[in-house]
Design a protein around this ligand. Structure first.
Ligand SMILES: [Zn+2]
Length: 81
């Protein structure tokens, strides 16, 4: 699998604690249902960086990258000793 995708997941997970994360469908943000521009959409597709919706500020992700359902609730693991 593409390592970048995994890193991207991790970034989103962190961001998701503070910010809503919404899927993009048909080049539209599913947080505010506004169409996102081509440049923003291209960034979401690339998935190299976190891209937020220019309209509502939510973090955007391409739904196709998240086909695997991993909604298992993981117990919070802290790195403290
Ligand atoms: Zn939006």
């Amino acid at each position: 699998m593409n390592q970048n995708i995994i890193v991207y997941y991790e970034k989103i997970r962190r961001w998701a604690k503070n910010t809503a994360v919404v899927p993009v469908r048909k080049q539209a943000c599913y947080g505010c249902y506004m169409r996102i521009n081509d440049h923003t959409y291209a960034n979401v597709i690339k998935g190299e960086e976190i891209t937020s919706c220019p309209h509502c500020g939510r973090i955007l992700y391409l739904e196709s990258q998240f086909e695997e359902k991993s909604e298992e609730e993981q117990p919070e693991e802290s790195a403290s000793l």
